[in-house]
Design a protein around this ligand. Structure first.
Ligand code: ATP
Ligand code: RIB
Length: 307
């Protein structure tokens, strides 16, 4: 069984379904709302575990009800939580998600305990990581912590650079093997505005040029993904579905992708399966409840998909 080590965040999620975002000073009543387990790291860890990888989650939560519940959920998913720090004096991270009728979202995260996952903790923890584990991280925890975890690792290192920040545009990324931005993140990392009208193929070339030959997996929502790998462009299609909630589609993509690489799958095949998994997920509300089963993904890959 392949192993995946996820270095990342856990956030308690609260989603509000609204017709449109409120303007400053406005109070809105939402159509419905729900609490959920979230955070990019935790979502990706759960997905990788559901897709058959032995997963360890390295993260930080508060010593509060949300933190205890997070730990129980991860354990229930069969995930190793021996390197989950429970921080005494910070609350568990929280994400507020506004979801509109088209399945689009806007999210505000308060990192809380996630911000306390320190470099010295990682230096100590990484001694226990298998040398060939697929290492997967995002940027809802401190940047230096991620870089430290990746720097000496000899297995595959995947960074989902989300959320992206303009200050990372100067980064060399020489400590990463594969970057998996969405288009907004890629524009920010290339020093462009988040809504720059650059085409996706030009954006891919820009990212490839800036990262000096790293593999880039650029996710394109309903358009699937574009990959730059060993000097070649590869286009991966999405599955055509009716999107109800795209929250966490990128997380499900990354979780399946990492699990498949850990199983020894080729990069294009892993990305293809990840695209199918993420596409099937957007048909349902939430993130973890929307993760499709391995069987459904396999059936879809074999041509049995129905909307
Ligand atoms: P999020 O921030 O919502 O987690 P993301 O912006 O990081 O997602 P996207 O590029 O939007 O990531 O989507 C990731 C993958 O999810 C796509 O490559 C595709 O496979 C799938 N996907 C997303 N939206 C749709 C859609 N409307 N229809 C079909 N597939 C979709
Ligand atoms: O990618 C979606 C996730 O981002 C949500 O679960 C939210 O908590 C934020 O971390």
């Amino acid at each position: 069984m392949g192993t995946v080590t996820v270095l990342g965040s856990y956030n308690l999620g609260v989603t509000f379904a609204v017709e449109a975002l409120p303007v400053w000073g406005q109070t809105l009543l939402s159509r419905h709302s729900f609490f959920s387990h979230g955070g990019k790291g935790s979502n990706q860890a759960v997905t990788a575990a559901r897709f058959g990888a032995a997963v360890r989650f390295v993260g930080a939560v508060g010593q509060d009800a949300a933190g205890i519940s997070a730990r129980e959920m991860l354990l229930h998913e069969g995930i190793d939580v021996s390197q989950l720090v429970m921080v005494p004096d910070e609350p568990t991270g929280i994400g507020t998600i506004f979801l509109d009728d088209n399945g689009h979202n806007a999210i505000v995260v308060h990192p809380g305990a996630n911000a306390r996952l320190r470099v010295d903790t990682i230096l100590q923890y990484q001694r226990d990581w298998p040398t060939d584990t697929v290492l997967l991280a995002q940027l809802e925890i401190p940047f230096d912590t991620v870089r430290t975890g990746f720097a000496q690792h000899s297995g595959i290192r995947i960074l989902n650079p989300a959320p992206a920040d303009a200050s990372y545009a100067q980064e060399s990324w020489d400590w990463v093997d594969i970057l998996t931005p969405n288009e907004t993140e890629a524009r920010i990392l290339c020093g462009l505005t988040p809504d720059d009208p650059v085409t996706s193929s030009d954006l891919l070339q820009l990212m490839a040029g800036r990262t000096h030959g790293k593999t880039i997996v650029l996710t394109l929502g309903a358009e699937g993904a574009l990959i730059w790998h060993q000097g070649q462009n590869i286009r991966i299609p999405a599955v055509s579905v009716k999107a109800v909630d795209t929250t966490g589609a990128g997380d499900i993509f990354n979780g399946v992708f990492a699990a498949e690489l850990a199983h020894g799958e080729s990069l294009p095949q892993a990305a293809y399966k990840a695209c199918v998994g993420a596409s099937l997920s957007v048909r349902w509300p939430g993130v973890i409840p929307a993760i499709p089963s391995v069987d459904e993904v396999e059936r879809t890959l074999q041509g049995g998909h129905q909307n």
